[in-house]
Design a protein around this ligand. Structure first.
Ligand SMILES: *Cc1c(COP(=O)(O)O)cnc(C)c1O
Length: 392
């Protein structure tokens, strides 16, 4: 068991969880504000621009705090573009990526005059050009290049290898550049790369810089200016120690790029961070429904499952499970499972926890990113509420 003296930030709120209907998502607003302060301070030191990736958590209250901190918005659907605008983001701070943008989504983004499309194929560029021409507009487009860099993260969240579906392959670059040169309704804004998520080895970003530097040299040969570089997101967080390291090391992350990217004169550098901004401020709060004694291990059946937090079932992700009672009982081993009729609906196996009883509250920590946005109604489950510490 972890006997470290670091106390959980969550305990101070536990008394106020007691009479609520579970499961629910809880967000520590103060921690989010602190994280936003640290990311913006670290980025400003290098004149870097940060766009928040809405897909990590698109809750309006979170988006308003993100916008007030001065971040832009990185969207992957027309509805996300609309949500960002509804939450007050200036269209000139919105970028739009995704391998499968529909015509309707492209039209929404053109209508709002967003800052930039991150275009993922030659055919998509042709469609954007045609739709922009029909609206009498010029679309600003960055090319998402697949840089073939291994993010060394779980293979389900790796996006920058040749075998992945994302981005334009280098073999198509000649045609893409020709299209920019002929078509006056598309303007090349620069390059975009995003190689994966939950990247904890900063050497990966250094390798990315090397690739991007080479790409820039290639584009220089074609005399296509690249006023912007968008280097994506992917910075990981510490799922094992949410209280020891509640804020990711943004300074070290940006430092790598500041050191290794060959920045051209006047070039603007952008990032798209999702997980590292919102993961640690969120927890899924659940109650123990039943404890079943097993032969080797016991089962703790929670009232939250893969329908509330799918990451363990989807990509074998780890979330620290914290028991919110005082924890006096004897330590026992539990398989901590949800109520959904799927064997993958399991949060942890043979986990040592202080003795659990029916009705005990537990928290699944570091659930602010890719948690509530993926809630589903499978098994016709009821959607839980959302609580902010600022609202308590
Ligand atoms: C998901 C995504 C991000 C954010 O990734 P994180 O790992 O959450 O920082 C950034 N850019 C694009 C294009 C994405 O799809």
């Amino acid at each position: 068991m972890n006997t470290s003296v670091v106390t959980s930030r969550l305990r101070q709120f536990a008394a106020q969880f007691e009479n609520r209907t579970t499961p629910f998502y809880f967000y520590d607003t103060a921690l989010l504000r602190q994280t936003l302060h640290e990311v913006t301070t670290a980025a400003r030191a290098h004149d870097f621009h940060v766009h928040y990736a809405l897909k990590a958590n698109a809750h309006p209250e979170i988006l308003v705090l993100v916008r007030e901190a001065g971040l832009g918005a990185d969207c992957v659907s027309g509805n996300e573009v609309q949500r960002a605008i509804d939450c007050g983001f200036d269209p000139s701070h919105i970028v739009f990526a995704g391998v499968g943008k529909t015509d309707a989504e492209i039209k929404i983004a053109l209508h709002h005059d967003i800052f930039c499309f991150n275009c993922e194929s030659l055919q998509e560029l042709e469609v954007i050009a045609a739709l922009a021409a029909a609206q009498g507009k010029q679309a600003r487009v960055a090319l998402r290049i697949n840089p073939n860099v291994d993010a060394r993260t779980h293979h389900y969240i790796t996006t920058g290898l040749e075998e992945n579906k994302f981005g334009i392959g280098l073999h198509e670059i000649g045609e893409v550049i020709a299209l920019f040169k002929q078509h006056k309704h598309v303007q090349c804004m620069g390059l975009h790369v995003h190689i994966g998520s939950q990247i904890t080895d900063l050497n990966v970003f250094r390798a990315l810089c090397t690739k991007v530097n080479r790409l820039q040299q290639l584009f220089a040969l074609y005399e296509l200016p690249l006023p912007h570089l968008n280097l994506g997101g992917g910075l990981g967080v510490d799922y094992h120690h949410p209280d020891e390291k509640p804020v990711a090391d943004f300074a070290a992350y940006f430092e790598i790029f500041a050191k290794f990217i060959e920045r051209r004169p006047g070039q603007q550098i952008h990032f798209e961070l999702g997980r590292s901004v919102v993961a640690q401020c969120g927890s899924l709060i659940s109650r123990v429904l039943y404890v079943k004694k097993g032969l080797q291990t016991n089962f703790a059946v929670l009232d939250a499952g893969m329908t509330e937090l799918i990451r363990p079932a989807l990509y074998q992700a780890y979330h620290k499970i914290e028991v919110l009672h005082s924890g006096e009982g004897e330590v026992q081993k539990y398989d901590v499972v949800g109520p959904v009729c799927e064997s993958t609906d399991c949060f942890a196996k043979a986990l040592e926890l202080p003795e659990l009883r029916r009705g005990d509250l537990v928290a699944l920590r570091t659930a602010g990113a890719y948690g509530e946005v993926m809630v589903s109604s499978y098994n016709l489950r009821q959607r839980g509420e959302t609580l902010f510490s600022s609202g308590l």
